[in-house]
Structures are given as structure tokens and as C-alpha cells.
Design a protein around this ligand. Structure first.
Ligand SMILES: Cc1cc2nc3c(=O)[nH]c(=O)nc-3n(C[C@H](O)[C@H](O)[C@H](O)COP(=O)(O)O)c2cc1C
Length: 191
């Protein structure tokens, strides 16, 4: 079983990466293979609604930008998707949504390959907006027929400067508990 962990922050080495990596480490202790992808330095164009993905012979997006290269294959190969985003003005980052819009539309137009994968979201912010962003990411999972595990709190944490989120003990523990519940769900679904 494999979980694809994505940090949707444009800032390398920041709080989102730290949280997603913490979750992936816990998943590894449960024997789950993980892959980490950071969107920092990996520009991804937004969906242009060209609808070319309705007329392809395999699931793909025809925009052809380097940042998106391999993303469809990664999502298809994963049993679970873990997406972290910082809060930017109350929402997920444009990088995160550009990726999800495109993967989501390619999935819808090509046999709904996201269906019944496990999805988990993490949101981090300096002060507020985590719950809205958490919900925003969960809406993506739900409309794609994905299955969402819970944790001991909503999967949110606090931090502003790089690494500051490491001081949020409850936030970190929530993310670790989420990872173990995700592993439990994956194991049940794939038994
Ligand atoms: C453009 C921008 C908008 C932001 N908007 C918010 C916000 O609405 N609420 C908040 O609490 N923090 C906000 N922040 C702070 C980030 O969410 C916070 O620094 C977070 O830890 C960044 O995650 P990263 O280290 O993974 O990049 C914003 C930061 C930037 C750069």
C-alpha cells in the first residue's frame, strides 16, 4: 500500500512540509510505502477548462507543463492521498488547488480513478482559516468518492515562520493520530 503526501506550500522547508513529512513517517511505521512531493519550486498551471482530458486514450492532461509531469500517474498509483496546505487569505494555496483541479477533472473524465482512495487533509496557518481550508480540501475528496479518516481534532496546526509548527504539540499529535487512522483504514480497505 502506498500513500502520496503532497505539500501545497510554495515555501520549501516550511510548516506544511514538516507536518506532511511527520504524517508520512508515522505511516511508514505501519508498513505503508510513502512518496513525498513538494509543490515548492514546482509551478503547476491552473486548469484551462479545455476539456482535452475528455478525449484522451489514457488519463492525462494536455497542458504539458513540467511541474505537473507524473502527477496523474502518482495519484493513480497511490492508495491514499495526504494533502497539506498553508492557509493563504483563508483558503488553500493556488498551487494546491491548481493541482487538485487538474487531477480531479482528469479523474472525472477518465473512469473516476480517485474513487475509494483514502484522502486526508492538513491545514496550517499563523492564526486563522485552518478549518475553512481543511473543509475545502475535504470537499475535493468527497466529490471524488474518496474516503476520509478522522483524528483526535481537525487536522490543523499553528505556525508562521518556517519550523514554528513544531512547537504546536497538539497539532503535531493530531497529525500523527491521523496517520495511524489512515493506516488502519487503508489496511481494512485492502484486506
Ligand atoms: C500570501 C499569504 C497569505 C496568508 N494568509 C494567512 C491567513 O489567512 N491566515 C493565517 O493565519 N495565516 C496566513 N498566512 C500565514 C501562513 O499560513 C503561515 O505562515 C504558514 O505556516 C505557512 O506555511 P508554510 O511554512 O508551509 O509555507 C499567510 C501567508 C501568506 C504568504
Amino acid at each position: 500500500m502506498k500513500v502520496l503526501g503532497i505539500s501545497g506550500s510554495p515555501r520549501a522547508g516550511g510548516n506544511t512540509e514538516l507536518l506532511v513529512q511527520a504524517a508520512l513517517q508515522e505511516l511508514q511505521t505501519e508498513g505503508i510505502e510513502t512518496e513525498f512531493v513538494s509543490l515548492a519550486g514546482r509551478p503547476i498551471l491552473p486548469c484551462t477548462a479545455c476539456d482535452d482530458c475528455s478525449h484522451v486514450d489514457r488519463p492525462m492532461c494536455t497542458l504539458g507543463d513540467e511541474g505537473f509531469d507524473g502527477m496523474i500517474e502518482r495519484f493513480m498509483a497511490a492508495d491514499g492521498i495526504l494533502i497539506g496546505s498553508p492557509v493563504y487569505f483563508g483558503s488553500a494555496t493556488p498551487e494546491t488547488m491548481a493541482l487538485l483541479d487538474r487531477v480531479g477533472l482528469v479523474s472525472l473524465r477518465n473512469g473516476r480513478f480517485l474513487r475509494r482512495k483514502v484522502g486526508a487533509a492538513i491545514a496550517v496557518a499563523r492564526r486563522a482559516g485552518q478549518n475553512f481550508t481543511f473543509a475545502q480540501l475535504n470537499y475535493f475528496f468527497l466529490i471524488n468518492e474518496m474516503i476520509i479518516p478522522g483524528s483526535t481534532y481537525w487536522n490543523i496546526a499553528f505556525g508562521r515562520e518556517k519550523g514554528e509548527v513544531a512547537k504546536d504539540d497538539e497539532g503535531l499529535q493530531t497529525i500523527k493520530n491521523l496517520a495511524h487512522n489512515m493506516a488502519f483504514l487503508l489496511q481494512k480497505l485492502n484486506a
